[in-house]
Design a protein around this ligand. Structure first.
Ligand code: COA
Length: 336
């Protein structure tokens, strides 16, 4: 039996980063490090961090508003909200529910969070694709937002140098012209590598029973092993994604990767044989903003004129889990 799958349109993309900037030189006030060490290993010069009571929901709200404006869709017409965050500031209510409240999206619309760390946007997009294809929902808001800086051990110089805060959002709808903006999408996970990046949520057992181990509630990462794993897996994965879609690297205009480490981005770039103008990087100014990094790179790339719309792009990301994923997408005029 053939199914009548509905095509998906990427209708709007938005982003938001906090105003406060912390440079590599600033970090030398916290521990023994240098701009040269950080920049040469990661490509990062500075990052935007939340300050005061600002948090992932505030950033996500602004990014979502921008994406809705670009898509010319009113909040009343959203019929599903998916939020992706590496570590929501509250496990409940979900970020998605809080954004529903703030944007005035009707109070019967379903809203939930997903945890796929830095692959969150791609995971969210794949869920949205399944819902839209099946006809179950027509207009979905995906918000990817993270305030990593509150979850770092600021005495751990090998991890805290890497992350920044930010949010990105995408509005996707059922396409009205028959064209599907998702040319290909794929997600993966390997739970055997879960110990490479962890953020334990601690707590106490009932005082009447044997106490449990107490963990620090910080991001704990084996950076070297993460690097080795991703540098080995990601370039081949991206190449396979393209060939499984019966395409060639040269058929795609841009690579918009998760911004975790410039050397990893260069490894993928090299495999695809892309010149610098085809690869979107902003890690220098934002660090690793987790789930938000791909939509920030896309929307900011368009804003700066580095990404021309009416084009195609390959998005790819990886993160704790380990999770990873990729999508080949059409970028229509006017989406950001
Ligand atoms: N400044 C100066 N020295 C530092 C430092 C810092 N900020 N952080 C670590 N060092 C030191 C270490 O203590 C170590 O010293 P030692 O040799 O005397 O023990 C030395 O630098 C090398 O440390 P190492 O951890 O082996 O460095 P590295 O070359 O692997 O680089 C990362 C570390 C984290 C930059 C790199 O592994 C990385 O980017 N990994 C990927 C992580 C990632 O992308 N995570 C997010 C996934 S979504």
């Amino acid at each position: 039996m053939t199914q009548n799958l509905k095509p998906l349109k990427i209708a709007g993309v938005g982003y938001c980063v906090p105003e406060t900037v912390v440079t590599n030189d600033d970090l030398t006030k916290l521990y023994d490090t240098s701009d040269e060490w950080i920049y040469s290993r990661t490509g990062i010069k500075e990052r935007h961090l939340v300050s005061g009571n600002e948090g992932a929901v505030d950033l996500g709200e602004k990014a979502a508003k921008q994406a809705l404006e670009k898509s010319k869709i009113n909040p009343e017409n959203v019929d599903l909200i998916i939020a992706a965050s590496s570590a929501p500031p509250k496990l409940y209510p979900a970020i998605a529910c809080q954004i529903q409240d703030r944007l005035g999206i009707p109070n019967h619309v379903p809203a939930f969070d997903i945890t796929a760390a830095c692959s969150g946007l791609i995971y969210g997009l794949s869920i949205a694709k399944a819902y839209i294809s099946s006809g179950m929902y027509k207009t979905i808001l995906i918000v990817a937002t993270d305030n990593n800086s509150r979850l770092l051990d600021w005495e751990d110089r090998s991890t805290s140098i890497l992350f920044g805060d930010g949010a990105g959002a995408m509005v996707v709808t059922e396409s009205d012209d028959g064209v599907d903006d998702i040319i290909a999408i794929d997600i993966k996970a390997d739970g055997t590598l879960g110990n490479l990046i962890e953020l334990p949520l601690s707590g106490q057992n009932c005082p009447l029973v044997e106490p449990c181990e107490n963990h620090k509630q910080y991001i704990v990462m084996n950076g070297k092993e993460v690097y080795k794993f991703v540098a080995r897996v990601l370039p081949q994965y991206v190449e396979d994604l393209i060939s499984n879609a019966d395409m060639k690297a040269e058929d795609i205009d841009y690579l918009i990767p998760h911004q975790a480490n410039l050397r990893i981005i260069h490894a993928v770039q090299e495999r695809l044989g892309y010149s610098d103008d085809k690869v979107v990087t902003n890690i220098k100014y934002y660090g690793n903003t987790s789930a938000a990094s791909i939509p920030i790179a896309l929307a900011e790339g368009v804003e700066k004129g580095n990404v021309k719309l009416g084009s195609t792009a390959i998005l790819c990301g990886f993160g704790a889990g380990m999770t990873w994923g990729g999508a080949i997408v059409r970028l229509r005029e006017g989406i950001c």
